[in-house]
Ligand binder design. Structure first.
Ligand code: KG4
Ligand code: ZN
Length: 347
């Protein structure tokens, strides 16, 4: 079964084709990052307009990449939420229209289910059940995953998501938007022990996260350091930025790893999957590899390009669902808010 995946929930137009026999056969992506950079965040109307420009040309490119004609497709999967409503509506309208015109089944995919199942794109696939740490620009979740659609949220963020904390801190340090990756690249050269930032909620029971206090602690430190004499030299300032980046990253990664450890103990599961944009973070990945050895568990880290938004994860999630159950294509679906726990189980 060849399924076209359409992802337009935020600022990436991702189009891919997943074949349930051959695997991923086309993968196209256009990132709007540069369009939004000057606004310091995603400008929703610009995002929708650009998805309108890119979606159909990228579908044509994906078909060419796979050596297929559009009529060779067996189904269409589109991200129906959560996300920006205008952006979502572009992908869902194109997806449903195409499905109606070609008389194909279409299926609405939950963006976070796409992230959560992305590790199944790898040759080394996790077996159910597993704990999934889902960390992106909009979410920080620990999920008990028993099967496709069988999700129980074990922990959530009480305020900022992990990616949001990375991005806001990067912005404070003048690193642009979205600055998660830039901050993490600078952290490599910094001294993570120079500043001891709080590890939020680590000493409280439970699996919830909270990152706004950490963000404030970084802001206070930054203001204290930059208002003092001695940072007029460019080199000093660069060292300060690197040290703050490293100390901040250490605090956030420490918190994420400790909560994963706790979730594994609580569930008794042997497998940990990470997904979402922040799971591309090198420090997080290496600390989880250490946890793997310490706890004798298995960790599954998707290739960095499948950590951030992409069409492949949507094609895959849609294909797995369509394969199990026929789906009615009666209306265009777009849900800005949508809980993972309300999805239909495919067990
Ligand atoms: O999953 P994603 O592409 O989009 C959402 O669904 O939100 O995640 C984007 C988030 C942004 O906050 C970005 O700064 C963060 O993931 N991110 C990173 C890294 N790469 C992307 N954060 C830390 N380190 C990275 N290497
Ligand atoms: Zn995402």
């Amino acid at each position: 079964m060849k399924v076209l995946g359409i992802e337009t929930s935020c600022d990436e137009t991702g189009i891919a084709i997943y074949d349930t026999e051959q695997g991923l056969i086309a993968d196209q992506l256009f990132s709007q990052v540069e369009l939004h950079a000057e606004y310091g965040g995603v400008f929703p109307e610009i995002a929708s307009r650009d998805h309108i420009k890119k979606t159909v040309p990228l579908i044509k490119k994906a078909c060419a990449e796979a050596g297929l004609k559009i009529k060779d497709l067996d189904g269409i999967a589109y991200t129906a939420g959560p996300g920006l409503i205008g952006a979502l509506l572009v992908g869902s309208s194109v997806g449903c229209s195409l499905a109606w015109a070609l008389d194909l089944p279409s299926i609405e995919v939950h963006h976070m289910e796409g992230h959560l199942l992305a590790p199944l794109l790898d040759d080394k696939k996790p077996q159910f059940p597993f704990v999934c740490l889902l960390v992106s620009g909009g979410h920080s979740l620990l999920v008990d995953v028993k099967g496709i659609g069988d999700y129980k949220i074990l922990g959530d963020t009480l305020d900022d998501a992990a990616g949001e904390a990375f991005d806001k801190t990067a912005k404070l340090l003048g690193l642009g938007y979205p600055g998660g990756k830039v901050l993490s690249d600078l952290a490599v050269h910094g001294d993570k022990n120079r500043f001891k930032f709080p590890r939020p909620m680590i000493n409280r029971p439970g699996l919830d996260f909270s990152f706004s206090g950490l963000k404030t602690a970084v802001r206070v430190q930054w203001m204290t350091e930059t208002s003092a004499d001695g940072y007029s030299e460019a080199d000093d300032r660069q060292t300060l930025i690197q040290d703050i980046a490293a100390s901040f990253q250490d605090a956030i990664v420490d918190t994420l790893v400790k909560k994963c450890q706790r979730a594994l103990k609580q569930t008794g599961y042997q497998s940990l999957v990470i997904a979402g944009g922040v799971s591309a973070n090198t420090e997080l990945r290496s600390r989880l590899k250490q946890l793997e050895k310490r706890m004798r568990i298995k960790t599954y880290l998707p290739a960095p390009k499948y950590c951030t938004d992409n069409g492949a994860m949507i094609a895959l999630a849609g294909a797995l669902r369509l394969l199990k159950k026929p789906h009615s294509n009666d209306k265009i679906k777009a849900y800005p808010r949508w809980s993972l726990e309300t999805l239909q189980s495919m067990a």
